[in-house]
Design a protein around this ligand. Structure first.
Ligand code: SF4
Ligand code: SF4
Length: 130
């Protein structure tokens, strides 16, 4: 299994209406990051305040200066949901996560064990890279 290369596919897959935030997270954003809180409505993220609907794409996902990666503009303050990706190999397969190698796909159970080791070793959770 390779390191995360910031391809952004997980954010593309989940960043529209696939994320949730706890009330504690929302309160923290309201206090310290009102720029983030403006995209929260009734605990739902990420909502376009102009329409009241989910954005089609996470509003914090942007290209790196060299255009080679997709980066998170709120990396240090991103939701817990984002910090804990990836947890399940099945999600990585579904999202075409570029951490996966052919040998991982050949043996998904072994790949899950390897992923578990990586996530335990990276505590506090690394999530996807900035
Ligand atoms: S990590 Fe950042 S860019 Fe990706 S879905 Fe989460 S908030 Fe959006
Ligand atoms: S965790 Fe996987 S899908 Fe997400 S940015 Fe990293 S390599 Fe891409």
């Amino acid at each position: 299994m390779k390191d995360c290369n910031s391809c952004g596919k997980c954010c593309e897959a989940w960043g529209s209406d696939g994320l949730s935030a706890s009330s504690e997270e929302v309160e923290r954003w309201e206090t310290y990051r009102p720029d983030i809180a403006r995209y929260v409505q009734d605990g739902k993220i990420w909502i376009d305040p102009a329409t009241g609907e989910y954005f089609d794409r996470c509003p914090w996902l942007t290209k790196s200066p060299d255009g080679q990666k997709l980066i998170c503009d709120i990396y240090e303050d991103r939701p817990e949901d984002c910090r804990y990706y990836p947890v399940e190999i099945a999600d990585m397969v579904r999202d075409d996560c570029e951490m996966l190698e052919p040998r991982d796909l050949d043996n998904l159970r072994r790949a899950q064990r390897r992923l578990d080791e990586i996530m335990i070793a990276s505590r506090p959770p690394a999530g996807r890279q900035p």
